[in-house]
Design a binder for this molecule. Structure first.
Ligand code: COA
Length: 330
C-alpha cells in the first residue's frame, strides 16, 4: 500500500508587491533583490482578507481546488480510494502563521469543507511544514489507519514582516497549496520520506508568537548567511538520502522549497544535476514557506509537466533548523 498524490491545488492572493514597490518604502532596489534571491514580486494577503481569516481563506481555496481536481480525476481514472470529499478521513495542515492559536486551521477547514468525522490537526515546521505533513500522511496510510488525506501547506509570512527590515522583508510572500493523498495499490506513491532537524541553529531564523506583542508585528530574526550555508549543505544531503535506492538519472524533477534561486542553483551544482530538473517560480511568489512546494507541484501539474510514473523528489528546509525530502512516483 502506498500513499499516492492524486491531485493538487494552490491559491495566492491577487495583490502583488513588486521589487520596485518595495524600493519606494525601504532602501532596496530591484537589481539587488533579483541578483541575490531571484525574486521579482510576491503576493500579499492585504486588507481584502480579514486578519483572522488570512491563512484559513488561502488554504480553503487551495483545498477546494485540490478536492475538485481529485473528484474530476475519480470520474475518469480508477482512483483506488477516493471518490469525493466525503472520503477524506484526515486533514493535516503545515503552517507556522495560523490565524488562531486554536482551534487548528485543519479543524476550521474541515468545518468549511463539510467533511465529517475526519481527524484534523496542524503541524508547525515553518518552511519544512509541507514535507512534515506529507511524511505524516504517508505514515498513516502505510500503517493502514487512514485512506484519504488532505495535506496542506499555508503561510501568511506578511503578517510577521517588519517592513523596515530590508534584510528579511524582501524575501517572503503569502500563499497556500494542497494535495489529496490516497491509499493506492498501484505503482505510484511515496517511496521514501526523510525528516531531520539539525539540533542546533534554532536562533538562526525565528519569529516570536504573535501574542507576544499584540500591537506590532512579531518581526523576524534571521542570520541570512547561516541559513544559506545550512540550506546548501543539508538539502543535497537529505536528497541523497531520499534517492539512495534509485538512480538519480531517473529523477525527473527536484521540487525544492522556493527560498532563493541561488540556493536552488547551489543544490543543483552539488548534486551534479542540471538546473532543468529544478523547476522554480520564486520570481513570482517569493518564499511562501510551507506553501512553496505544493504551489510548485500544482504549477507543474497544471502545465502538464507531470506524467504518470515520473519520479519526483521534494525537498524542504528552513527554521528549526529543519529539513526533509520525499521521493515519490507520480
Ligand atoms: N536591499 C539592498 N541591500 C541589502 C538588502 C536589500 N533588501 N538586504 C541587505 N542588504 C545589504 C546589506 O546591508 C549588506 O550591506 P553592507 O555590505 O553595506 O553591510 C549587503 O546588502 C550584503 O548583505 P548580505 O547579507 O551579505 O547579502 P547576501 O549576499 O548574504 O544575501 C540573503 C542576503 C538574505 C539574500 C542571503 O543571505 C540568503 O538568501 N540567505 C538565506 C535566507 C533564506 O532563504 N531564509 C529563509 C530560509 S527558509
Amino acid at each position: 500500500m502506498t500513499a499516492e498524490i492524486i491531485s493538487t491545488g494552490a491559491f495566492v492572493p491577487e495583490k502583488t508587491v513588486t521589487n520596485d514597490d518595495l524600493s519606494g518604502i525601504m532602501d532596496t532596489n530591484d537589481e539587488w533583490i533579483r541578483t541575490r534571491t531571484g525574486i521579482g514580486e510576491r503576493h500579499i494577503a492585504d486588507e481584502e482578507f480579514p486578519n483572522d481569516e488570512k491563512a484559513f481563506v488561502l488554504a480553503l481555496k487551495a483545498c477546494e481546488r485540490a478536492l475538485n481536481n481529485a473528484s474530476e480525476k475519480a470520474k475518469t481514472e480508477k482512483t483506488a480510494s477516493f471518490k469525493d470529499r466525503s472520503d477524506i478521513d484526515m486533514i493535516i495542515v503545515g503552517t507556522s502563521t495560523p490565524d488562531f492559536s486554536f482551534p487548528a486551521t485543519a479543524c476550521r477547514l474541515q468545518e468549511a469543507l463539510g467533511i465529517e468525522n475526519a481527524a484534523a490537526f496542524d503541524i508547525s515546521l515553518a518552511c519544512t511544514g509541507f514535507i512534515a505533513a506529507l511524511s505524516t500522511a504517508d505514515a498513516y496510510i502505510r500503517a493502514g489507519v487512514y485512506k484519504n488525506i488532505l495535506v496542506v501547506g499555508v503561510d501568511v509570512l506578511s503578517r510577521l514582516i517588519d517592513w523596515s527590515d530590508r534584510g528579511t522583508a524582501v524575501l517572503f510572500g503569502d500563499g497556500a497549496g494542497a494535495a489529496v493523498v490516497s491509499a493506492s495499490d498501484s505503482e505510484s506513491g511515496v517511496i521514501k520520506t526523510v525528516l531531520h532537524s539539525a539540533g542546533s541553529g534554532a536562533k538562526a531564523l525565528y519569529s516570536k508568537s504573535m501574542y507576544f506583542n499584540e500591537d506590532e508585528k512579531a518581526g523576524m530574526s534571521m542570520d541570512g548567511k547561516k541559513v544559506y550555508d545550512f540550506a546548501v549543505r543539508k538539502t543535497p544531503e537529505v536528497i541523497r538520502e531520499a534517492v539512495e535506492s534509485i538512480n538519480c538519472d531517473d529523477v525527473k524533477y527536484y521540487v525544492l522549497h522556493q527560498a532563493n534561486i541561488r540556493i536552488i542553483e547551489a543544490v543543483s551544482k552539488r548534486l551534479k544535476e542540471p538546473m532543468e530538473k529544478f523547476p522554480h517560480n520564486i520570481g513570482r511568489y517569493g518564499n511562501t514557506s510551507a506553501a512553496s512546494i505544493p504551489i510548485m507541484l500544482d504549477e507543474l501539474e497544471r502545465e502538464g509537466r507531470l506524467k504518470k510514473g515520473d519520479l519526483i523528489c521534494l525537498a524542504g528546509f528552513g527554521a528549526g533548523l529543519a529539513y526533509g525530502a520525499v521521493l515519490l512516483k507520480f
